[in-house]
Design a protein around this ligand. Structure first.
Ligand code: 5GP
Length: 190
């Protein structure tokens, strides 16, 4: 997506450890009109599916997910992060390792909002090693809902997440795929 690539090139900052910061429009300050366009494009790519729910993870996936949900006219559920497992029969739990923070946390979602009749689209801002996405896939599987696919704003194509998910037969749509960071410059795949 051209407008996204242009924005990343203009405002993205590369940090040690292959971290891209896009805090001026996506991860700290949020640009509503821009994210609305991102959401509309993700919705367009999955418009052939009869999606009933969008699932994302707090906090950075929520903005994109809500704009996608607005376009598809479906509810958006964000999985919540905890330090330890949330007990109780009413909750789906899964464990996720954080690549950016180098920690492990439990992610949970209430059984009230996801069931076997649902057709789910997973949305997140970044795809790196795929831990966050795999955690959400695990929760969707626990619920018995069908997974339609995963929509990502920025995929780091030089990391294994995308490969891992696609190998499982999951449809992954990324609006931009980064090939590499060269001298702190972002190089995109075509
Ligand atoms: P994964 O689990 O695929 O390794 O990473 C996905 C999560 O880590 C995303 O939800 C995102 O919040 C965060 N993340 C991974 N790489 C980056 C990055 O380069 N920049 C930012 N801002 N977040 C990232």
């Amino acid at each position: 997506l051209k407008l996204l690539q242009d924005r990343i090139l203009k405002e993205g900052k590369v940090f040690p450890g292959n971290i891209l910061k896009v805090d001026s429009f996506l991860n700290h300050q949020l640009d509503p009109n821009f994210i609305k366009e991102i959401g509309a494009e993700l919705a367009r790519r999955f418009s052939d599916q009869k999606i009933t729910k969008i699932v994302t993870i707090e906090a950075s996936g929520i903005a994109v997910a809500i704009m996608t949900g607005l376009e598809l006219n479906v509810p958006v559920i964000f999985a919540k992060k905890h330090k330890s497992a949330n007990m109780g029969s009413g909750i789906f739990n899964t464990t996720v390792k954080s690549y950016t923070r180098n920690t492990e946390f439990v992610v949970s979602l209430s059984k009230e909002y996801l069931n076997a009749d649902d057709k789910v689209l997973i949305i997140d801002d970044f795809l790196a090693v795929g831990q966050a996405a795999l955690g959400l896939v695990d929760i969707v599987r626990q619920s018995g809902a069908s997974l339609t696919g995963i929509g990502i704003v920025i995929e780091k194509g030089f990391m294994d997440g995308g490969k891992l998910l696609r190998q499982q037969g999951i449809r992954v749509e990324s609006l931009s795929v980064i090939k590499s960071f060269q001298d702190n410059q972002v190089i995109f795949e075509d």
